[in-house]
Design a protein. Structure first.
Length: 400
């Protein structure tokens, strides 16, 4: 039975959004705003009522307070229902979601936006002894530990965006602490030569010790062991070395890739269960240049597009293909410095970059923009349905 026929016969079509991160909130607000009519109801499920500004968690980890942003408060005027709880199971064949192992929600359409977390499973001891930045509570735990250290060493594992931002923030906020940034690749490796050199120079000015070619093989209560090299003794270890997704999608019977992400078609529908849409970090969304890597930059557009696709299906129309091209990589280097690398649609660096105060202002504008954007979506959903499509870079060629 089609979504349109269910609505026309008077049976309310129930759309459930799992997760209220950047992608999930974009999907929920867009969907609620576009389907505000009889016969359609939207439910958003999230473990916390507070919206997590993941792009600010490295600042929260040094004791800086973040705004209290209420998910149910924002959704209240949209007509969407908010359900607080942990999603413990999804049955894609029965079209049900289990919450806290107690409640069961039935859905007609599901938007799966449960996101990703730090991958602490593949290195022994990481899950037991390392801090992560998966949520505000994790950041506050690390902030409490850092505040209680008069002297000592903090090891930050991972030289990607989160690792660099975290190491810079900690070094600037706590100059009495020794900060060691560990990773296989050098910091700023994905930026152009000028921007990458600026990142490494800024870290050096802050006193961050950079150890590249360093493969962490074990995390201990008092430090980390390295492959073929002397380990690093540390009073706190922050793990930013890679992410993993929830196993719920695979357990639900949805087709997933080797990393457990939902495999989607061009419209972001699951290839095995088309009534399920995968967005953000939880989905393996293919473009002409490859699979999207999880960022707010691409996550919010996937959420909006999923809502557009659901709305079109409810009106008896075919969903359109999703296309997205990257355009920048903003990176903070403490409160007073930053780099913004402008990119080609596939994420590779262009020659143009911003540094210093201009980059700080740009980065703050980007970081602060999601929440006001959700507010505008409630009244003008079409105003947020624009993003770089990437031109020829994003066309999926037959046979690829």
């Amino acid at each position: 039975m089609s979504a349109r026929r269910r609505t026309d016969t008077g049976t309310a079509h129930h759309a459930v959004v799992l997760g209220a991160g950047y992608a999930g909130m974009a999907a929920a607000v867009q969907l609620a705003a576009r389907t505000r009519r009889p016969g359609v109801r939207v439910t958003v499920v999230n473990a916390d009522e507070r919206f997590t500004e993941r792009m600010r968690l490295h600042a929260a980890a040094t004791g800086q307070r973040l705004a209290e942003l209420s998910v149910p408060g924002l959704l209240e005027s949209t007509g969407a229902q908010f359900v607080r709880g942990w999603v413990t199971a999804v049955d894609a064949n029965a079209r049900t979601v289990r919450i806290d192992d107690e409640r069961v929600l039935r859905y007609d359409t599901l938007v799966y936006a449960l996101g990703a977390a730090a991958d602490t499973a593949y290195v022994p001891g990481a899950a037991d002894h390392a801090y992560t930045l998966d949520g505000i509570q994790d950041a506050e735990l690390l902030a409490d530990r850092l505040a209680r250290l008069d002297t000592g060493t903090v090891a930050v594992v991972g030289t990607g965006l989160t690792g660099v931002e975290s190491a810079a923030e900690i070094a600037e906020r706590y100059p009495r602490l020794r900060v060691v940034l560990l990773g296989v690749r050098e910091p700023g490796a994905d930026l152009n030569r000028k921007a990458g050199a600026y990142v490494r120079a800024a870290l050096g000015r802050l006193g961050v010790e950079m150890r590249t070619g360093a493969e962490v093989t074990k995390v201990l209560p008092g430090g980390v062991e390295l492959a073929g090299a002397e380990g690093v003794m540390a009073d706190a270890v922050l793990w930013t070395g890679g992410t993993r997704v929830s196993p719920l999608a695979a357990a639900a019977g949805l087709e997933v890739d080797e990393r457990g992400r939902i495999v989607t078609d061009a419209a972001l529908r699951s290839v095995s269960h088309p009534e399920v849409y995968g967005v953000g970090d939880a989905a393996a969304v293919r473009q002409g240049y490859g699979v999207l890597h999880g960022t707010c930059q691409s996550g919010m557009p996937t959420g909006v597009h999923a809502a557009l696709s659901v709305d079109r299906a409810l009106r008896g129309k075919q969903p359109r293909p999703f296309r997205f091209g990257y355009y920048h990589t903003p990176m903070s280097l403490g409160r007073g410095d930053a780099v913004v690398q402008f990119t080609r649609p596939d994420g590779s660096p262009r020659r143009i970059c911003l540094t210093g105060r201009a980059a700080v202002r740009y980065k703050e504008t980007v970081t602060a923009s999601p929440w006001p954007t959700y507010g505008r979506m409630r009244k003008m959903p079409a105003a947020s349905a624009f993003w770089p499509r990437g031109g020829r870079w994003t066309r999926v060629r037959t046979g690829r």
